[in-house]
Design a protein around this ligand. Structure first.
Ligand SMILES: [Zn+2]
Length: 242
């Protein structure tokens, strides 16, 4: 059986559209939001509260979306802590989950984020969640980086996604391949947990809204009982990796 959770990075304006679409199809989601971002506009405090009020989860993504591995450790710490504080003060609740900007991290940064959060997400693909993992490696990017890149990562991570890809390599459309992977994982014994990640601005930039809606529709129709909140899927204890 497969369990699926979604996480969306960067808190771009298009997150509001993503939130609405997720609400229509009852798809839970985690939104990792920085306070500012030099690359693009970030959601207003009011809109971040709206996402929270709509029962979506919110996680920290540093204060100003800086790639932490390029910073001195003390500066990285300020980014990590002030990004968490910003959201906690805004929402009046603990922010327990973190995501590395640009997927950039190293062992020192993992150690540091452990002090403040119960998990830290990367920007990889091809992994299923292992037992009690702190570092959360996603399975799928909701953007086509090519099926060979996904296959390569799934082999590297010795993930059960690999046989599901190999069986369906003839699928031309990336999003059809994702569906086949989910179908495949759902037939394997045990519980297999996958994180899908993406960016609403990317969905806008590459005109993927119809693909996303089609995917949500398909999930709601076939896998509504397999969808989980991000924090919930991390707690489940069954392992999936080979
Ligand atoms: Zn980001």
């Amino acid at each position: 059986m497969v369990l699926i959770a979604f996480s969306w990075d960067d808190g771009a304006d298009e997150d509001m559209k993503l939130m609405d679409l997720s609400s229509v199809y009852k798809i839970p989601g985690m939104f990792f939001i920085p306070a500012t971002n030099p690359e693009r506009k970030v959601l207003s405090a009011e809109n971040i509260k709206k996402i929270d009020n709509n029962r979506f989860e919110i996680g920290a993504h540093t204060y100003s979306h800086k790639y932490l591995s390029k910073l001195p450790l003390t500066e990285a710490q300020v980014e990590i802590v002030s990004g968490k504080d910003y959201l906690e003060q805004l929402l009046g609740k603990e922010i327990a989950h973190f995501c590395f900007p640009g997927g950039k991290y190293n062992s020192e940064l993992i150690k540091m984020t452990r002090r403040y959060f119960s998990s830290a997400r990367t920007a990889d693909t091809g992994s299923l969640l292992g037992r009690g993992a702190f570092l959360i490696r996603p399975a799928i990017h909701f953007y086509d980086r090519g099926k060979l890149s996904l296959l390569y990562n799934s082999v590297k991570n010795m993930s059960l996604i690999c046989p599901a890809i190999l069986k369906n390599l003839s699928e031309d459309r990336y999003f059809d391949l994702i569906k086949k992977i989910i179908e495949g994982l759902n037939t394997y014994q045990g519980i297999h947990r996958m994180i899908v990640w993406g960016h609403s601005w990317e969905i806008e930039q590459f005109s993927l809204w119809d693909d996303l809606e089609d995917f949500f529709q398909w999930l709601t129709k076939n896998y509504s009982s397999n969808l989980r909140n991000y924090s919930e899927i991390l707690k489940s204890d069954n392992i999936s990796d080979l």
